[in-house]
Write a protein that binds this ligand. Structure first.
Ligand SMILES: [Zn+2]
Length: 309
């Protein structure tokens, strides 16, 4: 199988399916967005001083021996998450000067779980051999032992990350790098899923998606961030509901050159260096303050079970 040349994320199709099929999800989404709106407009603010620490369990689901990624590939990914969410990534200096004042420390940290759901010591990693060679974003088979995956750990205590052979959307011929479930959904399927070739910085991680940014992007969705262009299929009317990210037409791919203009958003153009665009791993370096506020709103609403430090 060849490696995709463009980023592809399955989060929005999953969101649209859940909105259509689950009244409970749709109503939870309204509550979560009300809180996010209050934080985004300054009507309310978080009391969290942080950092908020998120215990992570990585469920490695493999079909071949190579897909049973080693511990270094996993700990390397956790390191990337910690740097990116604290704005301590080595490449943050590449943010164009006009956006440097917007770079945010999200005050969120991640650690492999040390206690499992039964209270026993754990390294925060599960390993499951599967007969399946690929996993459908709509049926979430990777998230259940009965369908060739591994059951979620309680989603109010852990961020579940499944790492699996190959992810596909039956309506899209290209390989999907990863997908997340936005806050508000069923705890049994809450978390993010990432193809092993796009996870971590070593082992089976493959360029141009070998710097751990797929997980940074998908965890952003798990904390309720939308794509930077507003998910309107290239139009200029969609919004990511964050005021300090420029209005943009559609996704940027590869490593664009500043400025990249769409939607009359000159002179600075699209914020393609943002983790919530579709650029290559080496082309994304920042969250904004508005995005950080939105994530804090999530940690104060649907994900309030995670301690605020
Ligand atoms: Zn995405």
């Amino acid at each position: 199988m060849s490696t995709p040349t463009r980023r592809g994320c399955g989060t929005m199709p999953v969101h649209h399916r859940l909105m259509a099929e689950s009244p409970a999800y749709a109503s939870a989404r309204v509550e979560i967005e009300n809180q996010a709106f209050a934080y985004e407009t300054g009507a309310a603010a978080t009391a969290r001083v942080g950092p908020t620490r998120i215990p992570v369990v990585v469920h490695v689901v493999f079909h071949t021996a190579a897909q049973n990624i080693d511990d270094d590939q996993i700990t390397g990914q956790i390191d990337v998450l910690n740097k990116d969410y604290r704005a301590q990534n080595a490449d943050v200096g590449q943010v164009p000067p006009v956006w440097k004042p917007l770079v945010a420390d999200s005050r969120i940290e991640f650690e492999l779980a040390t206690t499992d759901p039964d209270g026993q010591p754990t390294d925060g990693i599960t390993r499951t051999e599967t007969a399946k060679t690929k996993f459908n974003i709509f049926t979430d088979e990777v998230k259940s032992a009965s369908t060739g995956g591994h059951d979620a750990w309680p989603a109010d205590k852990y961020l579940n990350i499944w790492v699996c052979p190959r992810i596909f959307d039956p309506n899209d011929p290209s390989e999907i790098l990863g997908y997340a479930q936005f806050p508000g959904g069923d705890p049994e399927t809450d978390g993010v899923v990432i193809g092993h070739k796009f996870f971590g910085t070593s082992g089976t991680a493959t360029a141009p998606f070998n710097l751990g940014r797929t997980a940074t992007h998908e965890v952003g969705h798990w904390l309720n961030l939308f794509h930077i262009w507003g998910d309107d299929d290239g139009g200029c009317s969609g919004s990511d509901l964050v005021a300090d990210t420029p209005n943009a037409g559609g996704p940027n791919f590869g490593t664009p050159t500043f400025p990249s203009l769409t939607c009359n958003n000159g002179p600075d153009g699209d914020m393609f260096v943002n983790y919530m665009d579709y650029t290559d791993d080496k082309g994304m370096f920042m969250f904004t303050k508005g995005q950080s506020d939105r994530m804090a709103a999530t940690l104060d609403s649907f994900r309030s079970s995670f301690d605020g430090g």
